[in-house]
Structure formats: structure tokens, C-alpha cells
Design a protein around this ligand. Structure first.
Ligand code: HXC
Length: 522
């Protein structure tokens, strides 16, 4: 028997060039299919995402038949590097049977995920697929079931990012939904559980794919997507930026960037007080405040278009990667509602899982009142944010920049919720509720009596409100009971955050009471 090493060189060369020829042919076909639809091929996407020359493909020929001139399956899997750090890549190849998932594709994906979990590296999936391969029936469905299970197993162990670059239909959408971040391209991706045809057949509703599950819908309305990219390059670029703030696994600390203190950052930070109007009724852009505080003014927002009354995203302080949660004054005055609560809770939970410190900037007038929110389940859904902060064991630094009212204040990383360092700007309004509401309750009887006696009720009300404001709408009580560690000027904010993060850097997860599982309001 001739061993492989003893094969004549010419046979080896012929064999390799045959495989290379099939590879080239496959790529040509992929380009023809994808470019015609304005999309890139799986391999083009991988090249754009990874550092040049780092892709290490695995299972390249699985599902193909080299002797019958057929190479590979509907998914490309492998490893590579992004900014020098290892990642695992899954890229569905729409040019092969619509990128559908059959037995081979499922096996390749599961194999790669197992490796990624073992080797503690982030998993990035580039999705573009017709879903379960109809011809393979329930065997394909069961591969999805296993992928869901594996994704859940990897959750909180390694970061998982889904980039939707084409169709993602049927139950297949739950794979991305289980991952940490979903990125969609504006005009060429969509996600829905039941497609337009089924919708039409069952409900008679006529709807386009885009209206049913396009990027705009999922970025602004449902909150499924965390970023709406202009195009594929933008989607992959955002993925690279996002990864730079994340550790490779829950066993690592959050990344540290090389950082040298510089005049620009200090100058920006010294201007932050000018961005926040003293008048609490005047709004401002909290994103601008954040950009004045973080290193190099760089803030990577997550879910920018969804529940914009709360802002979440990543930045750095003196080179330390942090998650930032803040109320957005210029959207609904920064009130908390069901969507904002869920958006922020998932973000806090993610940071907690991956050792990323959280900086919270508070300017919250309360929960949005009214039947709409109560009926939407603000109690059940708002409770998620409480759980997220209450169980977070990463360093928590909170700054109250203006208003901190009632329950919404307590929820937003207050000391009583477990924050490590809490500071307020001098003009902060920290109170149970606004003076108008408080006077209506506390002085109701007196106001009624004054009205009955024909006195000037408005004047009395103003007087009560003024007295309440002076006594109760300030940081004094919080300072006295230790709910605040001190008052800082706006100019001191950046340095205070940096020194707090340095102090808290060695914070370790506390021992918890042993239990099978808590039962958080998921
Ligand atoms: C088998 C499929 C397929 C599928 C597409 N193809 N979807 N083959 N099973 N699910 C094949 C097509 O037959 C075609 O093959 C090739 O892929 C490209 O598809 P086209 O239709 O030509 O492309 P396009 O016009 O761009 O439309 C893409 C599409 C459409 C919108 C995705 O193909 C479509 O609606 N497919 C079905 C989507 C769907 O309902 N999936 C749900 C499946 S059930 P040829 O040989 O002609 O090139 C599911 C459940 C998962 O996923 C549950 C998990 C728990």
C-alpha cells in the first residue's frame, strides 16, 4: 500500500489543483449568486471581518463530494483573528442551497461552537439562509434544536454576536435571538418567525418582508437588533469595534487599552458641565455628555434606535473598557418605561457576565406614568432592571448629574442596589417625587380647606412647593444616610470615574448562597 507521504508528487499536485479548481469554481458561483442580489459571498465577508490572512477554515470539504466535483456545504466555519484576538466564525453560504441548514451544516456549526467554548473565544455568526432545509425534514429542525441548546450553553461563557446579512426565517431566528448582540444590514436582511406567504395564507394580511422583519423594524420597534448597519462593510466594522470592548470569555477581565493621558480628553471632560442645563425642565443630549467623559470621545452605542430614552453602550476610561448606562434627557425626559427597562437590564446583565464595569449616569424624573405603561407590564418588565443591577457583581460607579426621582433613581445603580461608588453633581435633585406631586399628596387637606375658605390656593401651593423643594429636593439626605459618597463638580466627573474604577478593579464575585437557581423575572 502506498502511504500518503509516498504518493508521487505529481498525483498530490494534481489532487490539490483539482480541489483548488473546485474551490475557485464554487467561489465564482457564489459571487454570481450573491453579487446579483447586492450581497457579498461568505468568504468575502470573512475576509472583511478578520485580520488579513488569519482565517483557518475547518471542515472545508464536509458535505461535498470531491470526486463528483462538488465541494463543501451551505456554511463555512473556522477560526481567525480580530485585532490580534482569536474568534470563531460561522458564515452561511447562500449560494449553496440557499445557505439552508441540513445535517452537515448543523454538525459543522455545533463542532465549531464546541471548540469555541473549549478554547474560550467569541463566536461570530454571519447569517444568510433560507432556514431549515425542507428536503431534510425534521432532521434539519433537530439540528436547530441542538444549536439553540449549544448557544444557551455558551451564553455567559463566551460573547456571541449574530450578524444578519440576508434572510433569517422561521424558528431559525431564535438562534440569533439567544446571542448577546444582533446586527442587521439596512436593506438586505430580515428576520421573522413566519414569512409573508404564511402570513398572507393564515391572516390574509399583505405585508412585505421588510415591513414584517426588516432591520428598521427590529432596530427601532422590536429591539431584536442592536445595530442597524448601512451595508455589509458597516455591519462587520461595527462587529470589530464591539468586540474590542469585550473580553474573549467570562474568565478574562474586561480589555485594557494602551492609554496616555492627553490634553484633548481633559479639555473635553472639563466642558461637560456646560452641556447640562441647570433648569431641570430643559433637555440636552446625554450622548454628548458621555462623549465628553470617555477616552478620545469614543462611545459605541448599542440599540441606539430602540428605547432611546435610555442610552447604553461601551467606552473606556483611562484605557479601561466599561459599559455605560444613562438616561437620555432629550427623549421623553429620560423616563424609564418597559422598553428602556428591558434594554438596560439586558445590557447590565451582559456586562456582569463578562466582567465589564458599569458606569451609570443618572438624570431620571421617574417611571413614565399612565395606563399605557401599567398595562404594558411595567411592574413585571421593570423588575428585570432591578434584578440586573441587584445581581451585578462587577464594579458599579454611579453619577447623578441632575434628577434622581423615586423608584427610578433607586433602580439606576443606586448605593442601595449595590453600587460601589455614588456621586452627585451639586445641583442634583434627589427625592422621592417632584414638588408638584408631593404637595398634592402631603398638603391635600390644607389645600382643600384653603379653597373652601376662598383663599388664594395657587399662592399657597407655590409656597408649599418651594418649601418642599428647599427641604427635600437636594442631595442632603442622601449624603447624610450614606447613599452618596460625595458631591463632585462636573469637571471632576471623569477623574472621579477613573479613580473609582481603579479602586474597584480587584473587586471579586462574592460567595453566594448555594442554590439550584434563582427565579429572576426574565
Ligand atoms: C430548501 C431552500 C430553502 C429551504 C431556499 N431554498 N430556502 N431549499 N429548504 N428552506 C433554496 C431554493 O430552492 C433555491 O434553490 C435557493 O435556496 C435559493 O433560494 P431562492 O428562493 O431562489 O432565493 P431568493 O429568491 O433570494 O429567496 C430567498 C428566500 C426564499 C426568501 C429565503 O428562498 C424562501 O422564502 N425560502 C423559505 C424560507 C422559509 O420559510 N424558511 C423556513 C424553513 S422552516 P435553487 O436550487 O433553485 O438555487 C425553518 C424552521 C426552523 O427554518 C425551526 C427551528 C426550530
Amino acid at each position: 500500500m502506498t502511504s500518503f507521504g509516498q504518493r508521487p508528487a505529481q498525483t498530490c499536485d494534481t489532487y490539490i489543483s483539482h480541489v483548488q479548481h473546485l474551490h475557485t469554481k464554487g467561489e465564482e458561483r457564489a459571487r454570481a449568486v450573491q453579487h446579483a442580489k447586492g450581497k457579498k459571498t461568505a468568504r468575502e465577508r470573512i475576509s472583511l471581518l478578520l485580520d488579513p490572512g488569519t482565517f483557518h477554515e475547518i471542515g472545508r470539504f464536509a458535505g461535498g463530494n470531491i470526486d463528483e466535483d462538488y465541494l463543501g456545504s451551505g456554511v463555512v466555519t473556522g477560526f481567525g483573528e480580530i485585532s490580534g484576538r482569536a474568534v470563531a466564525i460561522i458564515a452561511q453560504d447562500f449560494s449553496v442551497r440557499g445557505g439552508t441548514l441540513g445535517d452537515v451544516e448543523g454538525t459543522k456549526i455545533l463542532h465549531l461552537m464546541d471548540h469555541a467554548i473549549d478554547m474560550r473565544m467569541p463566536i461570530i455568526s454571519l447569517l444568510d439562509s433560507g432556514g431549515a432545509r425542507i428536503q431534510e425534514g425534521v432532521a434539519a429542525l433537530s439540528q436547530y434544536g441542538q444549536i439553540f441548546r449549544k448557544t444557551s450553553a455558551a451564553s455567559g461563557v463566551v460573547p456571541q454576536i449574530s450578524v444578519i446579512l440576508g434572510p433569517c426565517a422561521g424558528g431559525a431566528v431564535y438562534g440569533p435571538a439567544l446571542t448577546d448582540f444582533v446586527i442587521m444590514t439596512k436593506d438586505s436582511s430580515y428576520m421573522f418567525v413566519t414569512g409573508p406567504e404564511v402570513v398572507r395564507a393564515v391572516t390574509g394580511e399583505d405585508v412585505t418582508s421588510n415591513d414584517l422583519g426588516g432591520a428598521q423594524l427590529h432596530s427601532a420597534t422590536t429591539g431584536v437588533a442592536h445595530y442597524m448597519a448601512h451595508d455589509e462593510e458597516d455591519a462587520l466594522d461595527y462587529t470589530r469595534s464591539l468586540l474590542s470592548y469585550l473580553p474573549s470569555s467570562s474568565e478574562e477581565d474586561a480589555p485594557r487599552f494602551a492609554y496616555t493621558a492627553n490634553d484633548d480628553d481633559e479639555a473635553r471632560a472639563s466642558e461637560v458641565g456646560q452641556l447640562v442645563p441647570v433648569n431641570p425642565k430643559q433637555s440636552y443630549d446625554m450622548v454628548e455628555v458621555i462623549e465628553h467623559l470617555v477616552d478620545h470621545g469614543e462611545f459605541l452605542q448599542v440599540q441606539e434606535l430602540f428605547a432611546a430614552n435610555v442610552v447604553v453602550g461601551f467606552g473606556a476610561f483611562a484605557g479601561r473598557s466599561v459599559g455605560i448606562v444613562a438616561n437620555q434627557s432629550c427623549v421623553d425626559a429620560g423616563t424609564l418605561d418597559v422598553h428602556a427597562s428591558e434594554k438596560a437590564s439586558r445590557f447590565v446583565q451582559f456586562c456582569h457576565a463578562f466582567n465589564i464595569p458599569i458606569v451609570t449616569l443618572v438624570d431620571v424624573p421617574g417611571y413614565r406614568p399612565g395606563t399605557e405603561q401599567e398595562r404594558a407590564g411595567i411592574i413585571r418588565r421593570g423588575a428585570k432592571l432591578i434584578t440586573a443591577y441587584a445581581t451585578a457583581t462587577v464594579p458599579l460607579v454611579t453619577i447623578i448629574v441632575r434628577k434622581a426621582y423615586g423608584g427610578a433613581y433607586i433602580v439606576m445603580g443606586s448605593k442601595s442596589m449595590g453600587a460601589d461608588f455614588n456621586y452627585a453633581w451639586p445641583g442634583a435633585e434627589i427625592t422621592v417625587m417632584g414638588s408638584e406631586g408631593a404637595v398634592n399628596i402631603v398638603h391635600r387637606k390644607e389645600l382643600k380647606e384653603l379653597k373652601a375658605a376662598g383663599s388664594d390656593v395657587q399662592r399657597a401651593r407655590k409656597r408649599f412647593e418651594q418649601a418642599y423643594s428647599t427641604q427635600a429636593v437636594n442631595p442632603n439626605l442622601s449624603l447624610e444616610i450614606g447613599a452618596l459618597d460625595g458631591l463632585i463638580t462636573p469637571e471632576q466627573t471623569r477623574q472621579t470615574i477613573i479613580s473609582s474604577l481603579v479602586l474597584a478593579q480587584a473587586k471579586r464575585r462574592p460567595q453566594r448562597i448555594e442554590r439550584h437557581s434563582s427565579n429572576p423575572p426574565l
